[in-house]
Design a protein around this ligand. Structure first.
Ligand SMILES: [Zn+2]
Ligand SMILES: [Zn+2]
Length: 339
């Protein structure tokens, strides 16, 4: 047994390390090019909003600033819960990370499985090596975008998962930080999805093309994701109804279309589930065009309470998901008994 006088300093050192990792994680969130809410992207989204309001309504800069940064949006009860979740989820994910499988492990496993089980690839790519990073970056982007759509769709369709995703939809005001208003269960599911698709793509590409594989990146982020974030992805969670117009929105989802996704109106439920490309929504029958004349109310209106504090935000989804699972099991047992 470890003596008490040794246990206490060890625990303190662990807590201290955890605290520093937490701070470094938060710093990364605000500075890294692969994080949507980093300061650079928040700045570029502000610029896009200023230009859009000027072009659309001829609003002067001062007026737009007031509209964009109103206290009733950024310091609402809903927004304050977003910030609390960002801070606490960061710590929770630090504790969970050692138990989660990463993309490197999956990529390595897939690479070795292919090398062991399949015929070694000995093609000569000498003339086309320049093409490999372009195809790899594109495949990674497409797999990532498609898998986000399908997991998001599952989270809306399955009551056991909707209980967790409902927390994201319970936001009544939208700020860029609402993207991180998620229950840790949802964060884990999306993390595993990312590890799986990135691991799958990387393992397969390394098997096929060896050391020719590299990512076309900007500051360490996938070039296409960098572009998406730079061009105002943060406006998806905002009160700026930036629409690309019907023709473009059939291919690229606009911020206004994601705002429809957050609408309380039943006509907008389960629509526009994608992130960047609109093709998945069109294939899945969930695509909806933005209509400029409508005014939206954000949030959920169902029989459950709203999430107003961290305890409710963490606990209610677990309760609701448990109830949904119980109902499914009950129905299954009754169906077997009557059958
Ligand atoms: Zn959703
Ligand atoms: Zn959202």
């Amino acid at each position: 047994m470890v003596p008490m006088e040794q246990l206490l300093p060890d625990t303190l050192i662990w807590l201290q390390e955890l605290f520093w990792d937490w701070l470094i994680g938060l710093q990364g969130l605000l500075l890294a090019a692969n994080k949507r809410v980093s300061i650079g992207y928040l700045g570029s989204a502000t610029l896009v909003a200023l230009l859009w309001f000027y072009w659309r309504h001829n609003w002067p800069i001062g007026h737009t600033f007031k509209q964009l940064f109103g206290r009733h949006i950024w310091w609402s009860q809903s927004a304050r819960l977003d910030y609390t979740l960002v801070l606490v989820n960061q710590a929770v994910m630090l504790l969970l990370r050692p138990f989660l499988v990463g993309k490197l492990l999956i990529a390595t496993a897939i690479f070795y499985a292919m090398t062991d089980w399949l015929v070694p690839v000995a093609w000569s790519w000498s003339g086309l090596t320049w093409l490999v990073p372009i195809v790899y970056t594109l495949v990674l982007f497409l797999l990532d975008d498609a898998s986000r759509y399908w997991l998001h769709r599952l989270m809306h369709r399955w009551p056991v998962l909707w209980a967790f995703h409902r927390l994201h939809h319970s936001a009544k005001t939208l700020t860029p930080f609402t993207v991180l208003r998620t229950h840790p269960v949802e964060a884990v599911l999306f993390g595993l999805r990312g590890a799986l698709v990135q691991g799958l793509a990387t393992g397969t590409f390394v098997y096929l093309f060896g050391n020719k594989v590299s990512l076309l990146s900007v500051l360490g982020a996938n070039g296409l994701v960098f572009l998406f974030n730079l061009l105002g992805a943060n406006l998806r969670h905002s009160h700026v109804p930036l629409s690309y117009g019907g023709r473009v929105e059939k291919w690229l989802l606009s911020p206004a279309q994601h705002q429809l996704h957050h609408s309380q109106d039943i006509a907008h439920y389960d629509k526009n589930l994608g992130v960047v490309l609109a093709i998945w929504d069109r294939w899945g029958g969930t695509w909806l065009a933005y209509e400029p004349q409508i005014s939206l109310q954000f949030g959920v209106c169902d029989q459950y309470d709203q999430h107003e504090n961290l305890m409710q935000a963490y606990w209610q989804p677990l309760q609701q998901s448990g109830q949904a699972a119980k109902q499914i099991i009950h129905r299954w047992v009754s169906a077997r008994q009557s059958g």
